[in-house]
Design a binder for this molecule. Sequence first.
Ligand SMILES: Nc1ncnc2c1ncn2[C@@H]1O[C@H](COP(=O)(O)OP(=O)(O)OP(=O)(O)O)[C@@H](O)[C@H]1O
Length: 312
Amino acid sequence: MNTADNTHSTTAADTAGTPGLTSGSAASSSAPSGVPVLTVRGLTKTYGSGETAVDAVRSVDLDVASGEVLLVMGPSGSGKTTLLLMLGALLRPTAGSITVTGRDGRNVDVAAAPEKQLPALRSHTFGFIFQDYALLDALSATENIAVAANLAGTTGSAAHNRATELLDRVGLAHRATARPSQMSGGEQQRVAVARALSNDPPVLLADEPTANLDASRGRDLARLLRRLADEDHRSVVIVSHDDRLREIADRVLWLEDGQFRQIAAMAIDPVCRMSVEPTGAHLKWREQTIWFCSEGCKREFAENPASFEPSA
Ligand SMILES: Nc1ncnc2c1ncn2[C@@H]1O[C@H](COP(=O)(O)OP(=O)(O)OP(=O)(O)O)[C@@H](O)[C@H]1O
């Protein structure tokens, strides 16, 4: 990651920070060097109207480069899912443009595309990864991927071969005939990643992909996403609360009230590793202020601070 031509203004190294301390870099939604694949301007989504209107995303600008892993974090209700759904042409924006460059080099404004073009646009441009995997339990791992390949126009033995190849790529060749209910959460999410790759999309969009995985499986999944960006030059956009994903991100952006804000104001709870606002539970330790998401994490830290040191 962070190869020489990836001179992002906010890098994983910048934002990893010391647990409990605010990180030092400002969030940047501007383009890193590299070929832009997604260019977003003035993106806005308002749900409802009149007195009950909710401005979920407010005039957001964003560029995502080829091969870049972008992590969007933020509190619950800040607009992360709304943003991701709009990027993937699953939700119409109220205003703004989303220009995506396809594998053929052509630019399409997803926000302005006619409704009848959207299914084809989605299936050739985006791969989706969801928190709950969204696999069909009546089908085997191979069949789940082959069905997605079918929808993107690859049929018969070609679809089966593609599914087999992708299962191998995510390290699950030996689970080809297993059904989702026979697999662990980590395995199911890997199948979901393979399915997302079935149409060879330039952009992968992931909504809380590690939320249901334990620490080690979450890390494995994060590394897999990083590898797909590096090896295939895919852009990967992840929205998540999971601080572990910072390790593989080229940039971390903080969304709050539908707008990107300075990430410098955030701290990392050293116990649960969540990003937290430096406004609630805290204590002084070794002349530093350590911030927590809750009194529970603060208590846990106070009982044995040394075990939560960065190197622990
Ligand atoms: N279909 C909808 N109709 C009306 N309001 C909605 C709808 N979907 C989301 N909202 C509102 O839009 C805002 C942003 O919601 P969104 O789900 O995008 O946030 P989020 O950051 O993904 O939250 P979380 O982290 O809890 O998933 C919230 O105030 C939410 O209540």
